[in-house]
Write a protein that binds this ligand. Structure first.
Ligand SMILES: Cc1cc2nc3c(=O)[nH]c(=O)nc-3n(C[C@H](O)[C@H](O)[C@H](O)COP(=O)(O)OP(=O)(O)OC[C@H]3O[C@@H](n4cnc5c(N)ncnc54)[C@H](O)[C@@H]3O)c2cc1C
Ligand SMILES: *[C@@H]1O[C@H](CO)[C@@H](O)[C@H](O)[C@H]1NC(C)=O
Ligand SMILES: *[C@@H]1O[C@H](CO)[C@@H](O)[C@H](O)[C@H]1NC(C)=O
Ligand SMILES: *[C@@H]1O[C@H](CO)[C@@H](O)[C@H](O)[C@H]1NC(C)=O
Ligand SMILES: *[C@@H]1O[C@H](CO)[C@@H](O)[C@H](O)[C@H]1NC(C)=O
Ligand SMILES: *[C@@H]1O[C@H](CO)[C@@H](O)[C@H](O)[C@H]1NC(C)=O
Length: 601
């Protein structure tokens, strides 16, 4: 084994075993030069896909709906652009940056709008302020014996933010796993060009009967600020979770039947190790035995020294082209995760965390994780792995929903690419491989159009935007295949720019219905930005940003070699399995691969 590989193995073992109980909660995403004025706004990773910065004139922290109304009214009266920003801002795309002239917008933080408003135990409904975090929401519901049917797996998101990007867990049962399917009422504060009762803003209250709720449930934040949300919950129940590992031979044939028989199931595919982890996950009555807790290892506070060293190893593998080093690292990492039951605890508070499957616990304890968000600050000795205040993890995430009807074909295509380059996808296995979850089509206008398998693919991002990654071409081909060959829908809160090409066509009439409501709620577009216009196909704005090396960051699909890194041997070529893909491929000799050459644009 090379020294790099053995170091990698050592470090990755440490990184998942040396887990400390303390942690540094994430830092602020809005930082101002004077008081609440002259601020920069970023996301939880400290970087947008295009690495641009966002500056605003001011931030405001309303703590009541009335203060929120005053904030929106004040900006609206001046025709100032604005956006809601959440306490941690966990979306990747540049969604929270206000539009309009640079540096002159307003961000309205929802961090103090985080209370429970009311509980109706008989109907199992609760109303929350939109800035409440998922963890606090689950705790408040559990205190009334209630549970949210589905949620994202990460507790750092807020109710308003997770809804705005259509966030979900995993289920093809009933209405599916998107939280917005369980919204039965909403209150929004929207701007008004004319004064209404003295305010240039008004409160809109929607209930289940209102068609406009189908716009408001998933809105990318372009309608106004969500003030409160009423959710349909259910009585607390338990979940029984067992992770089952098998070979990946023909597993693509089983995805639909697994989804149809497993109410909370998901699948992790480790393509290079040819392994699949099925999460057999069922509902049990609340009377069942078990005090399990999901404390997923990847969401625990980890030693920043160890994570920084792991990252340095990853950077070294990239720089030296040592794909096998990554493969060795991923084998160790996956077996460590497996031995630790992914971080599941059988008996919260017991001496031994993981004693074996099944792990049974309350829905509120099993559905999500995020202990790196809590516990006392420790001067950044430990933190969430991606915290930008230290040189830890830095990655892109391609998250695309592929219709069930096409998932078999997609996996078979990826297998072909894998077989041609057995070490190409090891890098993704350091970040849960191909992580598959189930979502249902939605009546929400910006929701999914078909029942689908949502796939998260997470991979190395260099701190240098002009530095290609190992097997750049394979990752790009998979991204384009998912989006265009298989007509996949991107997750609004994740992804690189090119994932949002052609959303107008993909959403069709549903988009028109959304734009209708948008026109009614914010006729002057004060909550819109170049980014939201680009993804919605408005005002001639584009998600693509062409320029030198643009394809490396997903800011464009290459059409000329300069979009790649010809100086480092990466040229624009056609895909190997999906011939229509245009990808940046490392070409070893100048004579190779002329037949695969992309037509120059
Ligand atoms: C570690 C991690 C794990 C994740 N796991 C999952 C997962 O399991 N499933 C999944 O689907 N997604 C997942 N995500 C993605 C995440 O759910 C989305 O990015 C979500 O939108 C983030 O919510 P937020 O509260 O941080 O909102 P932000 O990212 O801050 O905001 C998103 C958008 O919503 C708008 N907005 C926020 N609040 C309001 C409001 N009150 N009124 C109007 N507009 C508002 C903002 O202006 C912005 O446009 C994960 C992300 C991370 C970092
Ligand atoms: C914000 O910055 C601008 C330009 O740098 C400056 O003119 C202005 O006085 C600053 N405002 C505050 C409140 O500090
Ligand atoms: C609401 O936010 C405040 C800080 O702004 C925090 O102290 C409090 O614990 C939060 N409440 C909930 C329910 O999250
Ligand atoms: C699980 O939920 C039940 C019902 O709400 C509650 O009584 C119990 O204390 C919860 N168990 C744990 C471990 O929190
Ligand atoms: C996707 O599935 C549909 C429905 O079965 C089928 O018509 C279409 O050809 C599939 N697309 C691809 C690229 O396989
Ligand atoms: C959409 O979901 C409904 C149930 O919610 C289901 O009956 C229907 O088959 C789904 N349609 C598609 C195209 O997936």
């Amino acid at each position: 084994m090379s020294p790099v590989a053995s170091l990698a193995v050592l470090l990755s073992t440490l990184s998942v075993t040396l887990l400390l109980v303390r942690g540094s909660p994430p830092g602020p995403v809005v930082v101002c030069r004077s008081g609440n004025a002259n601020c920069t706004v970023t996301n939880a990773y400290g970087a947008f896909p295009d690495r641009s910065t966002c500056t605003v004139a001011a931030v405001t922290y309303p703590s009541t709906e009335q203060e929120l109304l005053i904030a929106v009214s004040g900006a609206s009266a001046k025709k100032q652009h604005m956006k809601a920003v959440t306490v941690y801002a966990h979306s990747m795309p540049k969604l929270t940056c206000p539009g309009g002239p640079g540096g002159q917008g307003l961000v309205i933080s929802t961090s103090r709008l985080n209370r429970t408003v009311s509980v109706d135990v008989a109907l199992a409904r609760m109303t929350f302020e939109a800035g409440i975090t998922l963890r606090a929401l689950l705790d408040a519901a559990a205190a009334s014996g209630l549970a949210l049917p589905h949620s994202p797996y990460w507790q750092g998101v807020t109710l308003g933010g997770l809804l705005s990007t259509g966030s979900h867990g995993s289920s093809a049962f009933g209405k599916g796993s998107a939280v917005h399917e369980y919204v039965v009422g909403m209150r929004l504060v929207v701007p008004s060009p004319v004064a209404v009762d003295g305010y240039y803003a008004k409160i809109i209250s929607l209930d289940e009967e209102d068609e406009e709720l189908l716009a408001a449930k998933v809105s990318l934040g372009v309608l106004g600020v969500i003030s409160q949300v009423t959710l349909q919950l259910e009585p607390m129940f338990k979940r029984s979770v067992t992770n089952r590992i098998v070979t990946d031979v023909a597993f693509e044939q089983t995805i639909s039947s697994f989804a149809a028989t497993t109410p909370y199931g998901d699948i992790i595919w480790y393509p290079s190790q040819a392994k699949v982890v099925y999460r057999d996950d069922f509902k049990l009555p609340i009377t069942s035995q078990g005090q399990g807790l999901n404390d997923f290892l990847g969401f625990r506070a980890q030693s920043t020294l160890v994570i920084a060293a792991t990252r340095a190893t990853e950077e070294l593998s990239e720089l030296t082209g040592d794909a096998n080093g990554k493969c060795a690292q991923s084998v160790i990492q996956v077996s460590t995760l497996t031995l630790a039951g992914m971080g599941l605890k059988n008996n919260n508070g017991g001496l031994i965390d993981f004693t074996g499957y099944p792990v049974i616990g309350n829905q509120s304890d099993m559905m999500s994780a995020g202990s790196c968000l809590r516990s006392a600050p420790d001067g950044l000795l430990t933190a969430c792995g991606w915290d930008p205040r230290f040189r830890g993890l830095f990655y892109h995430q391609t998250t695309i929903s592929i219709p069930f009807a096409n998932i078999t074909g997609f996996v078979a295509d990826v297998k072909q690419l894998r077989d041609a380059n057995p070490s190409a996808l090891c890098g993704t296995e350091l970040y849960l491989g191909f992580f598959m979850r189930f979502v249902r089509n939605s009546t929400a206008f910006l929701g999914k159009t078909e029942d689908a398998v949502d796939i998260d693919i997470t991979y190395y991002r260099s701190r240098d935007p002009l530095q290609p990654r190992l097997f750049e071409d394979v990752l790009e081909e998979i991204e384009q295949m998912a989006l265009f060959k298989y007509n996949g829908m991107p997750h609004w809160g994740k992804n690189r720019n090119i994932a949002f090409l052609g959303m107008r066509d993909k959403l069709g009439a549903k988009l028109d219905k959304f734009l209708d409501v948008m026109q009614r709620y914010d006729s002057e577009g004060l909550f819109s930005s170049d980014w939201s216009d680009a993804v919605l196909g408005l005002n001639g704005k584009e998600v693509v940003v062409e320029g030198e090396g643009c394809a490396l960051e997903g800011l464009c699909i290459c059409s000329i070699d300069d979009h790649c890194a010809p100086g480092q041997g990466y040229y624009c070529r056609a895909g190997h399995v999906y011939g229509e893909a245009r990808v940046c491929r490392k070409v070893e000799t100048s004579v190779e691969d002329n037949d695969g050459r992309a037509e120059s644009a």
